[in-house]
Design a protein around this ligand. Sequence first.
Ligand SMILES: *Cc1c(COP(=O)(O)O)cnc(C)c1O
Length: 391
Amino acid sequence: MEKYRTETQAIRTQIPRSPFQEHSAPLYLTSSFVFEDAEDMRASFAEEKERTLYSRYSNPNTDELIRKVCLMEGAEQGFAFASGMAAVFSTFAALLDSGDHIVASRSVFGSTHTLFTQILPRWNISHSYFRFDDLESIESLIRPNTRILYAESPTNPGVDVLDLEALGKIAKKHGLLLVIDNCFATPYLQQPIRFGADVVIHSGTKLMDGQGRVLAGLAVGPEALIDRIYRFARITGPALSPFNAWVLSKSLETLPVRVDRHCENALEVARFLESHPAVNWVKYPFLPSHPQYALAKKQMKAGGCVVAFEVRGGVDGGRAFFDRIGLLSLSANLGDTRTIVTHPASTTHSKLSVEERLESGITDGMVRISVGLEHPEDIKADLDQALRAIP
Ligand SMILES: *Cc1c(COP(=O)(O)O)cnc(C)c1O
């Protein structure tokens, strides 16, 4: 499958057919697998043979999903988790020891921030943050016990773009592992391993499923690192359910066509918002006005589905706007076929102080819109009537 292009890999990566010769991969909804005899069982548990024995370790459906994402990301091996956060936590838990230190971008997903500030410190794992627009400060934050350099790009919810190649060089120079959360871009738009990332993490819940159905997470990277993650995960049990893996593997078959349309619609919505009098500013990686437009063009195939903008009138303006939204959904997810609008300051990032939010580029009137696959004219019409409600 290596010789094929992403679109083909997304469709044609499939576990071997069963004796029924099904065309589309069946669902192996089973917790365990049977052995031929005592010797088969002994050898399987001794890991002398590669085979599926228990779905906490592996399952044909999760195997197919992992194989597919590895091919699309250009990675050797991977593990599939019950959620994106299980992938994030397990990666840190497997690769770090008590006393280790992480240098991370300040602009990370809200739960990842809580992991850094409240959970990992309980095992004496500390972190230092750098600003997404100040990669020069990273070297001054690195300590003798720093092991991981961590970032997301584009960021949530500010859609800022970080220079992956520059991060890769810093990580290499200092012997750090570069771990990138590639959720916003998907392997179709950006492959961080090409720029020097060691481990790539995904929330499969977002664009990968794309239809708001299942939670899932993945970590992919070199065999040796993923083996450490696998050994941690097979004991602690964050494995993805075979059902969700089956759904997600089918979702990936249409990822390239869906993401192309998401990006087209998002660019159109971003341009519309940029010209709207009730909007102060708009940020979208593929809008020429984006501060890292050239960088986005260099490392991404298209801009993704998320647009950030600020409505006039701060919190009051935001509330008036949200109360008038009709067709679009007020929801916490993103990357869905349905367009979703969220207010980060009062929802996903409400646990942060105002100062912490501003450091991540989140203002009170900021809106995050995940542009879906409805007709762009209908999306724009709903936004327009809601924006007109702002006093
Ligand atoms: C949603 C999200 C996660 C967490 O994924 P879940 O599947 O919800 O656990 C991690 N990182 C980013 C960037 C996300 O958007």
